[in-house]
Design a protein around this ligand. Structure first.
Ligand SMILES: C[S@@+](CC[C@H](N)C(=O)[O-])C[C@H]1O[C@@H](n2cnc3c(N)ncnc32)[C@H](O)[C@@H]1O
Length: 257
């Protein structure tokens, strides 16, 4: 996308004060794979409407970059609790956040989908796609809290949208008011060592001669007639047939998605 994105002054201020590469760069100069695109991070932080003094729960610490931005946004009177399923990432982020002088953060290691911050929070943000919004998010947020997360919108793999949800005065009242398209890996109760085959919604999986995985997510494969799945996938992998797709040349695949 060629258009320059604009963010709220508070998010722009945070982007200016936190050096992304302190968190995302690895020793060999490459980017840590568990890093979200800075524009997406900034867009989601804008949706979250963070203010000084807020208590935040973040799911998916990753590089620690978004944690540092949140730490800046809540200031000295606020607090960020951030959790990642991968303890190595938690350790790495802890070391960088400490070196950056960020003291208003608690880092945890575990499944953020089922863990709680231990105190009511004003905001929740997740950087990995959830199957659904966890019930306890309503219980551990204050009335008026805002939550921003990618969430699965169909039972097919890789069909999710970022949603903004508001908690009303009562636990049970959650209402969504914004949707955003963005790519994320799925939140998983285990550490993933690959991101090619989604951990949810894959109905058939095969590997080609080079051991590359090919997968399919399709409802009709679930109706009992799935015995030919591997044959079908093998055909898709091996045959070089070309078929016209639904897009015209001038169509944008992202819009179609
Ligand atoms: C896109 S990365 C996070 C990027 C991060 N916000 C940054 O600024 O670099 C997603 C993270 O979610 C973590 N994750 C996946 N499933 C999780 C779960 N169930 N609970 C907590 N963290 C999870 C992954 O280990 C990964 O570090």
């Amino acid at each position: 996308m060629a258009t320059a994105m604009t963010f709220s002054p508070t998010v722009q201020h945070a982007l200016h004060h936190v050096t992304e590469i302190r968190y995302t760069l690895q020793g060999d100069g490459s980017k840590l794979p568990q890093t979200s695109a800075p524009e997406i991070i900034a867009t989601m932080l804008d949706l979250l409407q963070v203010a000084p003094g807020h208590r935040i729960l973040e799911i998916g610490t990753g590089s620690g970059y978004s944690t540092a931005l949140l730490s800046h946004l809540v200031g000295d009177t606020g607090h960020v609790t951030s959790i990642d399923i991968d303890p190595d990432l938690t350790r790495r982020a802890a070391q960088r956040l400490r070196a950056d002088g960020r003291a208003n953060i608690t880092l945890l290691s575990g499944d953020g989908v089922i863990s709680v911050a231990g105190h009511p929070v004003d905001r929740i943000i997740a950087w990995a796609s959830l199957e659904r919004i966890p019930h306890m998010w309503a219980r551990q947020t204050v009335p008026g809290a805002i939550m921003v997360t990618p969430v699965q919108v169909t039972d097919l793999a890789k069909t999710f949208l970022v949603v903004r949800v508001h908690r009303g005065e009562h636990h049970a009242s959650l209402t969504a008011d914004r949707l955003l398209q963005a790519g994320f890996a799925e939140a998983s109760p285990e550490i993933l060592d690959q991101w090619i085959v989604p951990p949810r919604g894959v109905d058939a999986l095969t590997r080609d001669a080079d051991e590359r995985p090919w997968w399919l997510s399709a409802r009709w494969l679930r109706s009992g007639g799935g015995q030919n799945e591997s044959e079908l996938l093998q055909q898709l992998v091996t045959s070089r047939r070309q078929a016209a797709g639904p897009l015209d040349e001038q169509d944008d695949a992202a819009d179609f998605y």
